[in-house]
Design a protein around this ligand. Sequence first.
Ligand code: ADP
Ligand code: MG
Length: 346
Amino acid sequence: ATTLWRERKEAVLCRVEEMKGNVRVIIRCRPLEHPDSVSKTRFLSPSSLSVETRNKVRTFHFSRVFPPTASQRDVYEEMRGLVVDSVHGTPTTIIAYGATGTGKTHTLFGDLSSLNDCGIVVRAVFDIFDLANSPAERGANRIDFSCSFVELYQNEVCDLLDSIREGDETEKVSVLHLGGKVSNIVQKCVDNAEDALELIFEGEERRVVAETRLNAHSSRSHTIFTIHMHKAHTPFSSISFVDLAGSERVAKSQSSGQRLKEAQSINKSLSALGDVVSSLSKNASFIPFRNSKLTELLQNALGGDSKTVIVVSISPNADSVSETVNSLEFGGRVRKVQNRRSSSKK
Ligand code: ADP
Ligand code: MG
């Protein structure tokens, strides 16, 4: 009974802590891939789950835990408030973290052309333009929108919108901004949800070309899609969607050459992300944003007055237990963050 009470208390404290801070961690568990395989995850409450490891059962508490039955809509509803806040001036970042195949891309993008199966990005895009086009937001409060879409592969930034120029297919392939400066990222103006979605389609097409050229794979690169919001030509808010590279540990003995370099680069960028977040939570005077391109790109998203949600995706499968525990531990580390208030208000 004491253990139960202690767990309840911890669950309540976690929720309170997360409401106060600017970083929330949500867990989403995908369905079993094969119906006859064994699930090692149990969903104890809307904010807790347990994982059966080889020698013990471990319980974790988060802001929200979605079981495999959760729909795309359920997951979006949990973050709709933040999407609304972004239109009202709070920069927001939604990050998908997890091992390859656990559902990061499904959660963020899903089936782009299906009303039921589309992910957070599509739903957010429609909500943002609905809100911005409401009569209250016209005139002096008019918001101008632009999008950027980049892929990070190892230490190289590839601008997925850079070379989309009418009618010139050769240019479409040749103008990759590899190793380009973070400040040179293209922002394309968009007037409505359809235009924004069109840019995602075009960026995805370009991503395939870029990956072929680099001999890379989408599971081993990070992408960041951002909607920038301006009022009277001044940036006033943004919302970013980050689809991280797979967090799985790659056994050193199994990889060499490019695979090993990729694995090291992913480990480095994800651990840099963890370090940044844990320095923020300790209120450290130095935050190591410069330790990786990923954290450099996410500097605004994770610092200042912004809000961040990390959706950690996991698999219930018995073979995934160690990855699941690693991902939940990462989420637990991140959960302790509170963004520092920036001293100068924009
Ligand atoms: P990741 O981006 O993490 O590598 P994906 O999003 O590509 O993983 O998911 C791998 C596969 O599993 C895809 O076919 C995807 O549609 C499916 N999938 C993932 N999560 C879910 C879910 N919650 N419900 C149904 N299918 C899912
Ligand atoms: Mg993916």
